[in-house]
Design a binder for this molecule. Structure first.
Ligand code: NAD
Length: 449
């Protein structure tokens, strides 16, 4: 099939490369000329394991191409995917400007019957708005499909190639049969394609992210309670996660969720509910708990450091919002760093892939270290904010001797408190017994701001 993917970001690039991998002819189009030029040279704008090989192979074999000519990419397509960004508006709702711009271009560029797929995460009713915008200009018939994307950054290629399920909101037989054919190679092992109406498909994406965010905020609150009552959240997590009704995923406490999806999708769903007079009280609390959690790590650092000297310096390991990505959108690290800077602490950070992005965002407000151990030299504490594998089994002796004071605040619970104590560290993590050993006056105080 001839496919046009409009918007070549985290989602569009993965969708385009994976559809080309199964033999389709794909044009990925984007308004960002610099990005398209680099992609033509096989230079990826994002870090995503496995993606580079797909882009290189399919571009070389002529199945994948890149263009800034959006109208041209649509002209010969059987299926057009809209994969542009839907950032949060000031009031929390999804900003559909880019989606509707693309719809306008599609309407003006159609040269044959086409299936138009909204891949971007968009609120209920968006497909109708897109159809209306296309219909204003279109001289050929078109079929709307809502096909929300569930890939995880850091495992995006695998998630797209082997999805748990494919959700397709479609309302014509033509749309259903084209999409079933397109996705057939990805569901050969029996994973379901779930057909539904368009509104349900649009809502499914938000409900999925809202559920996952809810689990995270719930566990963060349980972890905070563990600290107060002297329990260990690792054990509680295992105790509840082995219940088949609950399951083990998304039960890890941490510094709060971030990224380009959970924060904005939770807000947008809550806004949709408010707009139609149905408040989602659980979600309002999920967001509030998450905002609070992002500040807790910095509070722990400041509390553990005690009175700050002139040259207080903290090493940060991990800047991206989770491991295996360079994405720093809404990363908890940004909140922790801002809080520590406003408390007068100097920061030297390390991240295996996100340092270029962090430099772009933070300029020279913090220092960067080439290696994780360099960041520790002369620092009064280490804060761990991303669960990169390379931080899991470090040389503890080297860490202890590099740090000016052997103090670790671990926002990802990478190490065991007992072991760290034996190794000579002052070690604080999230929701585990050792934290409750802090004398009462050292318990985290009120929010920094
Ligand atoms: P992104 O910001 O990485 O990429 C969006 C791309 O769209 C950019 O390259 C931008 O230049 C381009 N663009 C903007 N306006 C355009 C226009 N008018 N014409 C052509 N290109 C245009 O965003 P993303 O992370 O890929 O997310 C895209 C959508 O997918 C969002 O709705 C997001 O919520 C959703 N989504 C994202 C993820 C994820 O993990 N990132 C997962 C599932 C769903």
């Amino acid at each position: 099939m001839n496919i046009s993917v409009i918007g070549t970001g985290y989602v569009g690039l993965v969708v385009g490369a994976c559809l080309a991998e199964t033999g389709n002819d794909v044009i990925c189009a984007d308004v960002d000329a610099g990005k398209i030029e680099r992609l033509k040279q096989n230079e990826l704008p994002i870090y995503e394991p496995g993606l580079e090989a797909y882009v290189e192979r399919n571009q070389r074999d002529g199945r994948l191409s890149f263009s800034t000519d959006i109208a041209w990419s649509i002209g010969e397509a059987d299926v057009v995917f809209i994969a542009v960004g839907t950032p949060p508006d000031e009031d929390g709702s999804a900003d559909l400007r880019h989606v509707l711009d693309v719809a306008d271009t599609i309407g003006k560029s159609l040269r044959r019957e086409v299936v138009v797929v909204t891949k971007s995460t968009v609120p209920v009713g968006t497909a109708s708005r897109v159809a209306k915008a296309i219909g204003t200009h279109a001289k050929h018939s078109f079929h709307m499909v809502s096909n929300p994307e569930f890939l995880k950054e850091g495992a995006a290629v695998d998630d797209f190639m082997k999805p748990d399920r494919v959700v397709l909101g479609a309302e014509t037989d033509h749309a259903r049969s084209v999409m079933a054919e397109l996705y057939a190679p990805f569901v050969r092992t029996g994973r379901p394609i779930i057909f539904m109406d368009i509104a349900s498909a649009e809502l499914t994406k938000y409900a999925a992210n809202a559920m996952l965010a809810t689990r995270i905020s719930f566990m963060n609150e349980i972890a905070n309670l563990c600290e107060r009552v002297g329990a260990n959240v690792d054990l509680v997590r295992r105790g509840i996660g082995s219940d088949e009704r609950i399951g083990p995923s998304f039960l890890f406490p941490g510094p709060g969720y971030g990224g380009s999806c959970f924060p904005k999708d939770v807000q947008a769903l809550a806004k949709t509910a408010r707009d139609c007079g149905a408040s989602l009280q659980v979600l309002e609390a999920v967001e509030e708990v998450n905002a609070r959690q992002k500040h807790r790590v910095a509070e722990k650092v400041v509390t553990a450091l005690g009175p700050l000297g002139q040259d207080a310096r903290v090493a940060v390991w991990g800047l991206s919002f989770k491991a295996n990505t360079d994405d720093m959108r809404e990363s908890p690290a940004l909140t922790v760093i801002e809080d520590l800077l406003s408390a007068g602490v100097r920061i030297v950070a390390h991240d295996p892939v996100a340092m270029p992005e962090a430099r772009r965002r933070l300029n020279s407000r913090i220092g960067f270290a080439e290696s994780s151990y360099d960041a520790l030299q002369g620092s009064d504490a280490l804060v761990i904010l991303t669960d990169w594998n390379e931080y899991r089994h470090p040389d503890f002796e080297r860490m202890r001797t590099s740090l000016r004071r052997p103090l670790i605040i671990d926002g990802r619970n990478l190490y065991t408190p007992d072991k760290m104590k034996k190794l000579g560290f002052e070690y604080y993590s999230i929701g585990r017994a050792a934290d409750s050993a802090l004398p009462p006056q050292q318990k985290p105080g009120p929010p920094l701001r």
